[in-house]
Design a protein around this ligand. Structure first.
Ligand code: PGA
Length: 264
């Protein structure tokens, strides 16, 4: 599909699993089961699928499934290429290990490690330098939502967290309300629609036609039971899935919904 086609029909949906700090070697069987199930499906697949395991599993998972329909991503990266940064991983290392993408600015990193929009922007630029797709996360806290600041906060994060040089190929946005992550709560479809429309407007203003082809994922308590409703919302181009991506059966249930939508 060319970019022009994508602009007309909307981008191909992406379902990305974020395993967070979960998964020992034994969990690789789940990725393998997803890979096997997708390999058995007729073409076209209709949705892109990715799993972002902990860094310890990136290389082995990429070797196991990375050549099939399941792409492998990482969950964070340093801004540098190499150097004296004990415990950190550069995007070049992640690319070398077989990652195709890296999540940056997840709210858990913003909260646990004080990551700012500026740092997230630098990490996204570093990911691009290494040839990785950057999955840039934004989203408001419950306090910000209750204070009616959602659109303002997310607009500020979008402005501050995206580097120049963003393209539909190298960048994916994930809108994840912090209060919806891991809680079983999801916003109303109308609220998701408002935020995604605002993000789309900002992308179009800053990046022109490329903004319409960029994927904007929704994340926060996505499961098979609510995936269809969320996918039907305008400007929702896929999902970033935490808890429900850990078991192949749950994750495949969500992928199925997005594949049907993408193939339609
Ligand atoms: P959840 O997490 O699906 O478990 O709510 C989503 C995320 O944080 O990416």
């Amino acid at each position: 599909m060319t970019l022009t086609d994508e602009a007309a029909t909307g981008p191909c949906p992406l379902v990305a699993g974020n395993w967070k700090m979960n998964g020992l070697k034994a969990a690789l069987g789940e990725a393998l089961a997803v890979d096997k199930a997708l390999a058995a499906e007729p073409e076209p697949v209709g949705a892109d699928v990715m799993i972002c395991p902990p860094a310890t599993l990136v290389m082995v998972m990429a070797e196991l499934v990375g050549k099939g329909a399941v792409k492998v991503g990482a969950q964070d990266c340093h801004t540098g290429e190499s150097g004296a940064h004990t415990g950190d991983l550069s995007p070049e290392m992640l690319a070398d290990a077989g990652a195709a993408a890296v999540i940056v600015g997840h709210s858990e990193r913003r909260a646990d490690h004080g990551e700012t929009d500026r740092l997230v922007r630098e990490k996204a630029a570093a990911a691009h330098r290494a040839g990785l797709q950057a999955i840039i996360c934004v989203g408001e806290t419950i306090g910000q939502r209750q204070a009616d600041l959602t659109l303002e906060v997310v607009a500020r994060q979008i402005a501050g967290s995206l580097p120049n040089g963003v393209t539909p190929q190298n960048t994916i946005i994930a809108y994840e309300p912090v209060w919806a992550i891991g809680t079983g709560l999801t916003p109303l479809a109308a609220d998701v629609a408002d935020v995604h429309a605002m993000i789309r407007d900002r992308l179009n203003e800053r990046f022109g036609a490329a903004g319409s082809a960029m994927r904007i994922l929704y994340g926060g308590s996505v499961k098979a039971a609510n995936a269809a409703e969320l996918m039907a919302v305008a400007n929702v181009d896929g999902a970033l899935v935490g808890g429900a991506s850990l078991k192949a059966q749950d994750f495949l249930g969500i992928i199925e919904v997005y594949r049907a939508a993408g193939a339609a």
